[in-house]
Write a protein that binds this ligand. Structure first.
Ligand code: DTR
Ligand code: CA
Ligand code: ZN
Ligand code: ZN
Length: 433
């Protein structure tokens, strides 16, 4: 039996009568959550003016396959590169034309936990697409530039994307998700979609998908006494759809398109009952004069609130350790033995860089094979046998990409002595999250 104080948390691992280890609850203090800064409406509108100019210089639109779309990509990319983002332009083909997705990663944060915000940058061919979807594109652009200006260092890794060919049926975002390896998809804790945030006859709609994400948005509006409605028709109608289909938690905001505002909605939001939320939806009049400043200001601040809040990460004390110090004899040249640790209080997935500390007292350590077994039952090799290694003891810390595992659950260290002569025992081992 062992009672140990480790690092920032007291972890008591007791061997009960059954010999099974129980881990006492650890005390975890949540790191302070940074409040999001205000997003400058003037800066967002300046980006919209630039997109309008790009359309004017390229046949009046920024549609997939047209010069105005590539010029829009180049404009956004240049600002992000100058701000220190790592950008990638992903090409695809649709309807016989080359399309482009722009992906921007903010360096740092836990690579195993990605918070992702996206908006489609393409317009329809009939106009400049300033509300649909310059408003979403400019809001996440200014949020990204504010992250850089503030030197924000979130717990999670921040990624932003500007999608191509959404108007052809979410082609760019679907191409991205379909070409993302499963191991990379599992690292995305949430995808936030922003498509039409400044409709002239604005409504305040929140996607009713992932409840945690929905709640973060609703808290923002409630704090400003703005009532919201859930966005019911949006399921398949924008770039969150491919992420949702891949099992990634999604959420987002919407200010309305071609449907008409009801009297009840006009009562709570202002504007004109019986009139479309955006009368210029998919029309040539979707220009910088087709923007509701109040909606754009509020919604771009909501984007930043969600990015800051959801990238703050799971509130655990950095370096929360779970340890089992019960000695376990290792049969000489015999069967593997196991030692369990019960992990509790760590929400979400395990980190991509999970630390496993091992202390095995054993002569001729080349005989010893060590595996970490996750709650799923999957074994992660920490140390293989090496006949020539005649040194004593295995005292080391291994880094494991355990991001496919749910953190909470029973983890086991599996140790085997695969050669006769020389023997030893597992002294202790621990996991640090
Ligand atoms: N299809 C989007 C606009 C749109 C219409 N309804 C919703 C609901 C949720 C998000 C977006 C939309 C477009 O034309 O880009
Ligand atoms: Ca603002
Ligand atoms: Zn559209
Ligand atoms: Zn759109």
């Amino acid at each position: 039996m062992a009672l140990l104080a480790t690092g920032a948390a007291l972890t008591a691992t007791l061997l009960g009568a059954s010999g099974a280890a129980q881990a006492a609850p650890t005390t975890a203090k949540a790191p302070a959550k940074a409040a999001a800064p205000d997003i400058s409406l003037a800066n967002v509108k300046a980006h919209l003016t630039s997109l309008q100019s790009i359309a004017a210089a390229n046949g009046g639109n920024r549609a997939h396959g047209r010069s105005g779309y590539k010029a829009s990509i180049d404009f956004v990319k240049a600002k992000l590169d100058a701000a220190g983002f790592t950008t990638t332009v992903q090409q695809f083909t649709s309807s016989g034309a080359t399309g482009y997705n722009l992906i921007a990663d903010w360096p740092g944060g836990d690579a195993g936990h990605v918070l992702f915000a996206g908006a489609h940058l393409d317009s329809v061919s009939s106009g400049a697409g300033i509300n649909d979807n310059g408003s979403g594109s400019a809001s996440i652009l200014e949020t990204a530039l504010t992250v850089a200006r503030e030197g924000y260092k979130p717990t999670k890794h921040l990624r932003f994307a500007w999608w191509g060919a959404e108007e052809l049926g979410m082609v760019g975002s679907r191409y991205y998700v379909n070409n993302l390896p499963a191991a990379e998809r599992s690292k995305i804790d949430g995808y936030l979609n922003f498509d039409m945030l400044a409709s002239p006859n604005a409504g305040y709609f929140v996607y009713d998908d992932d409840k945690k994400i929905e709640g973060v948005f609703k808290d923002f509006y409630a704090a400003r006494s703005i009532s919201t409605e859930i966005e019911t028709e949006g399921d398949g109608r924008s770039d969150h759809a491919p992420f949702k289909s891949a099992g990634i938690p999604v959420g987002g905001l919407f200010s309305g398109a071609e449907t008409r505002k009801s009297a009840a909605q006009a009562q709570k939001w202002g504007g004109t009952a019986g009139q479309a939320f955006d009368r210029c939806y998919h029309s040539s009049c979707d220009s910088t004069s087709n923007i509701n400043d109040k909606a754009l200001d509020t919604n771009s601040d909501a984007v930043a609130h969600a990015v800051w809040t959801l990238s703050a990460g799971t509130p655990t004390t950095p370096g929360t350790t779970f340890e089992n110090a019960a000695d376990v004899a290792i049969p000489d040249g015999g069967a593997a033995v196991e030692s369990p640790v019960a992990v509790t209080g760590i929400a979400g997935k395990a980190p991509a860089a999970l630390k496993a500390g091992v202390d095995i007292k054993h002569t001729w350590r080349g005989d010893v094979v060590v595996d970490l077994v996750g709650p799923s039952g999957k074994a992660y090799r920490l140390k293989s046998s090496s006949g020539s290694d005649s040194a004593d003891n295995v005292i080391d810390t291994y880094t494991v990409d355990a991001s496919a595992e749910t953190a909470n659950g029973t983890w086991k260290l599996r140790v085997q002595d695969i050669a006769a002569q020389d023997s030893g025992y597992l002294d202790s081992w621990k996991l640090t999250f």
